[in-house]
Write a protein that binds this ligand. Structure first.
Ligand SMILES: Nc1ncnc2c1ncn2[C@@H]1O[C@H](COP(=O)(O)OP(=O)(O)O)[C@@H](O)[C@H]1O
Ligand SMILES: [Mg+2]
Length: 251
């Protein structure tokens, strides 16, 4: 796996055993340390979910991993092949869906490349549509197709289902679970939904005070059943870590 290294601290040695390796990462905005000595390792093919209260720095971390923010201290190893999907699908309104999927790729790939990715997310029938005619769920699937054509070793998802209605959200979660199992790439999913995190992830992280403050391995078999008492126990533990009273939330 080719690796990108950024950050002023140069670390030698192989990171082949990890898809992501972050050491001593800090990011400061206007004198305020949003990320403060963060350590993180993600194994190749591992699905990691990242929880944390609003404003704790999740999107900041994801942007750094995506290479969109290099104003950092510390060291970041990520695969060269990585792709990102955000909450807002960010499609170019003047380009048809299939052209959006190929946007920014080198060597002008042919339409068939976009069609294969659209097929994978169940959207091939909308290849010639204009973005403004897509439903929220379709736009999010187009955004996923755009990530998939990059054949990422690391897929970075920032609350990708946050704007979807409940039913569409469940379908989109299932799709991401399937894509991950088929592709075998590492995934880092930022979400505010504890249930979504426990449904999908191998490991759930909680970010607080600029670091990964807590982590839980989710060793439940897949597909996961939210009615499983073990599921409820893990969920309650994470809600507790997030400072949410689980009994009050269920009421
Ligand atoms: N470009 C920026 N300039 C100044 N402050 C920022 C910038 N980006 C993020 N922040 C601040 O950093 C903190 C973390 O933001 P963010 O990573 O978006 O949080 P989260 O995604 O966890 O909700 C917030 O207080 C936010 O206002
Ligand atoms: Mg965010």
């Amino acid at each position: 796996m080719a690796t990108d290294v950024h950050g002023p601290v140069t670390t030698t040695g192989s990171s082949a055993s990890a898809a992501v390796r972050v050491a001593g990462l800090s990011r400061t905005f206007d004198g305020r340390r949003v990320i403060d000595g963060l350590e993180l390792t993600v194994r190749p093919g591992e699905f990691v979910a990242l929880l944390g209260r609003s404003g704790c720095g999740k999107s900041t971390l994801l942007k750094i991993l995506a290479g969109l923010d290099r104003d950092i201290d510390g060291t970041v190893f990520v695969p060269r092949r990585k792709a990102t999907a955000f909450q807002a699908p960010r499609l170019m309104p003047w380009k048809k869906v299939w052209r959006n999927v190929l946007l920014g790729l080198p060597d002008k790939p042919e339409r068939a490349v976009a069609e294969r990715a659209l097929e994978e997310v169940g959207l091939s029938h909308r290849a010639d549509a204009w973005p403004k005619t897509l439903s929220g769920g379709e736009a999010q699937r187009a955004s996923l197709a755009r990530a998939l054509v990059r054949e990422p070793d690391l897929l970075l998802l920032d609350e990708p289902f946050g704007a979807l209605d409940a039913l569409t959200r469940i379908k989109a979660q299932r799709l991401v679970g399937e894509l991950w199992q088929r592709r075998g790439c590492a995934v880092l999913l930022v979400t505010h939904d504890v249930e979504e995190a426990v449904l999908l992830a191998d490991r759930v992280l909680v970010m607080d005070d600029g670091v990964i403050a807590h982590e839980a391995e989710i060793d439940l078999p897949r597909p996961r059943d939210i009615a499983d008492p073990r599921f409820a126990r893990i969920r309650a533990g994470l809600l507790d870590r997030l400072g949410v009273d689980a009994t009050a939330e269920a009421a």
